[in-house]
Ligand binder design. Structure first.
Ligand code: ATR
Length: 274
C-alpha cells in the first residue's frame, strides 16, 4: 500500500486528495493520498519524523515550497534553479528528491497566449511566484517583468536569482502599488490574497491603471473559483484564468513522477469544472 501526502498550512482549500485518489483508483494502484496540515514552527520536526515513515511521495504547498529544500537528498536542476519544490519522490531507501511541476502547470493554460505576452506583473514572491517568474523569464516574447510583494526583501531575493534571465526586473512593495505608465499584457496573482481567511480581498487596488483591453489576468487560486481580482478583471472585460487548470496539470505531472501514469481523462473532466 503506497502512501502519498499533500503538506501545507492551512489545507482546508485543497482538491489534491480527491484528484489523486481518483487517479490511484483508476489505475488500480493500492494506495492513499492524504492531506497533512503542519503548523508553521513544527515543520522541520515533522519532516524529520516523516523521513522515518514509509511514504512514496508528497506534494508541498503554501508556505513550505522553499523550506522543504533543507530536507531533500537531491533536487532536480530546474527546481534547484527556481529555489522551490512542490513535489517530492521518496525512494525505497528513504531518499527524497525534489521537483517543481508548477512551472509546467502554470504555462499549460497560457500556451495559446504566450507569443503575444510581452510584459508581466507578478503579485507575490513566495514559492509559487518563483516558478511563475522563472517560467515567464524563459519565454522569448517577455521583455518586461515586475514583481510586487508585501515583504520587499523576498522580492529582492527573487530579483537577485533572476538577474541573468531578467536583468531589468522591477520590484516594489505590494502596498506601494506600481505606476510605470505602461499597462501589462499579463497580471498573475501568486499571493494568498483572495483565498482562505483572505478570500473577498484583492491584492491590487489599482487594477484599471495597469491594464489594456488585451490584458490577461491569471489568479493561481482555484478555491474560490473566482477571486475578487478575477471578478474585477471580468467586469473590466478582460480575459481571466483561475488556478484550476494549473492545479490539475501540476498534479498530473506529480502523479507521473510517482506512478509512471498521467491523470486519466476523468480527473480532467470532473475537476476542470469544479
Ligand atoms: P507559496 O509557496 O504558495 O507561494 P508562500 O511562499 O507562503 O506560498 O507565499 C505566499 C505569498 O503570499 C507571499 O508572496 C506572501 O507575501 P510575503 O512574502 O510578504 O509573506 C503573500 N501573502 C500572504 N499573505 C498575504 C497578505 N495578507 N497580504 C499580502 N501578501 C500576502
Amino acid at each position: 500500500m503506497k502512501r502519498f501526502l499533500i503538506i501545507g498550512y492551512p489545507l482546508g482549500h485543497t482538491f489534491s486528495p480527491k484528484m489523486h485518489n481518483l487517479a490511484l483508483e483508476h489505475y488500480n494502484i493500492s494506495g492513499r493520498y492524504e492531506a497533512m496540515a503542519i503548523d508553521p514552527g513544527e515543520f522541520d520536526q515533522a519532516m524529520e519524523t516523516l523521513k522515518k515513515e514509509n511514504i512514496s511521495g508528497f506534494n508541498i504547498t503554501v508556505p513550505y515550497k522553499q523550506s522543504i529544500l533543507n530536507h531533500l537528498d537531491k533536487v532536480n536542476p530546474a527546481a534547484a534553479a527556481i529555489g522551490a519544490v512542490n513535489t517530492v519522490v521518496c525512494d525505497r531507501e528513504g531518499k527524497w528528491t525534489g521537483y517543481n511541476t508548477d512551472i509546467h502547470g502554470f504555462l499549460h493554460p497560457l500556451k495559446s497566449n504566450i507569443p503575444e505576452l510581452k510584459s508581466c506583473l507578478i503579485l507575490g514572491a513566495g514559492g509559487a511566484a518563483r516558478a511563475v517568474a522563472f517560467a515567464l523569464a524563459d519565454q522569448p516574447a517577455i521583455k518586461k517583468m515586475a514583481i510586487l510583494n508585501r515583504t520587499l526583501s523576498r522580492a529582492k531575493e527573487l530579483k537577485a536569482d533572476l538577474e541573468i534571465q531578467m536583468p531589468s526586473l522591477q520590484i516594489r512593495c505590494l502596498s506601494g502599488g506600481i505606476h510605470t505608465g505602461e499597462p501589462y499584457d499579463l497580471i498573475v496573482n501568486t499571493s494568498s490574497v483572495g483565498m482562505g481567511s483572505l478570500s473577498g480581498k484583492t491584492p491590487l487596488t489599482d487594477l484599471p491603471s495597469l491594464i489594456h483591453g488585451g490584458t490577461v489576468v491569471y489568479d493561481l487560486i482555484y478555491n474560490p473559483a473566482e477571486t475578487l481580482l478575477l471578478r474585477e478583471a471580468r467586469r473590466l472585460g478582460l480575459q481571466t484564468l483561475n488556478g484550476l487548470p494549473m492545479l490539475i496539470e501540476q498534479g498530473s505531472q506529480a502523479f507521473y513522477l510517482w506512478t509512471g501514469h498521467y491523470f486519466p481523462q476523468k480527473v480532467y473532466d470532473i475537476f476542470s469544472s469544479a
